[in-house]
Design a protein. Structure first.
Ligand SMILES: [Zn+2]
Length: 242
């Protein structure tokens, strides 16, 4: 059975992801910044959370770790490089490690830039990737800790995943990202069309995540940047874009 992935909105624009494997009955939660909403959704579905997967240390991704653990006994896995900053971490993950949910296997990819230890979880057979705050729909995370070169390389590594890979990012930032994309790539018809679609979706209250690698290759101005210098220029411009 394919993984069942449920979006749990939290705070103003975070998406926490519940991941369920019906064959084994196992459930994981990705980046529970807040425990209450994920526990409520899991309970409503009759799912018991057995694992927490953190992509990076930021409190809006890890703040609910201990409460989820207390309520469910879940095991918490997250990036080794950020272990000192992550509450309740049981299993330290680094490049080449894997997480498992039943028979589903996710590879750990280190994607520094937003933070230095940031990881993505890539379920190759499922064509699913949890990318935290690295790659967003039509955007990318801010460079809080890493260099432009690190982030450029991390994004371009994710860009090599199969085009149909579903990309689960951790925020609904797509409308602001799409407006910046149209500004950065004024002649790009795919970006203009996607901006219109995103405006429609948000006006109707629909989530614009997950995205796909194919959609990002066509419309993400940070993946369309030709080199590190152009990437850095765009990232700096986005930080002050209104
Ligand atoms: Zn973050």
């Amino acid at each position: 059975m394919p993984l069942e992935i449920v979006c749990v909105p939290a705070f103003s624009d975070n998406y926490l992801w519940l991941v369920h494997d019906a064959d084994s009955g196992e459930t994981a939660v990705v980046d529970p910044g807040d425990a209450a909403p994920v526990l409520a959704v899991a309970e409503a579905r009759g799912w018991k959370i057995s694992q927490v997967w953190n992509t990076h240390w930021h409190p809006d991704h890890t703040g609910g770790n201990l409460a989820v653990k207390e309520a469910t006994g879940a095991t918490i896995s997250g990036p080794r490089r950020e272990s000192a900053k992550i509450q309740g971490l049981d299993i330290e993950l680094a490049e080449g490690d894997e997480v498992r949910l039943g028979a589903h296997k996710g590879d750990v990819c280190e994607v520094p830039g937003h933070t230095l230890g940031h990881i993505a979880l890539v379920f190759g057979e499922d064509k699913v990737a949890f990318v935290g705050d690295t790659l967003f729909a039509m955007g990318c995370g801010r460079l809080f800790e890493g260099t432009p070169e690190q982030m450029f390389n991390s994004l371009n590594r994710l860009a090599t995943l199969p085009p149909q890979t579903a990309v689960y990012c951790a925020h609904e930032y797509t409308l602001a990202n799409a407006r910046f994309a149209a500004h950065a790539e004024p002649g790009n018809a795919a970006i203009a069309a996607r901006l219109a679609e995103v405006e429609r979706a948000r006006a109707e209250g629909r989530a614009t995540v997950p995205t796909t690698i194919a959609a990002e290759l066509a419309t993400n101005p940070f993946l369309l940047a030709r080199d590190v210098a152009e990437f850095a220029e765009r990232r700096a411009a986005k930080d002050s874009f209104r």
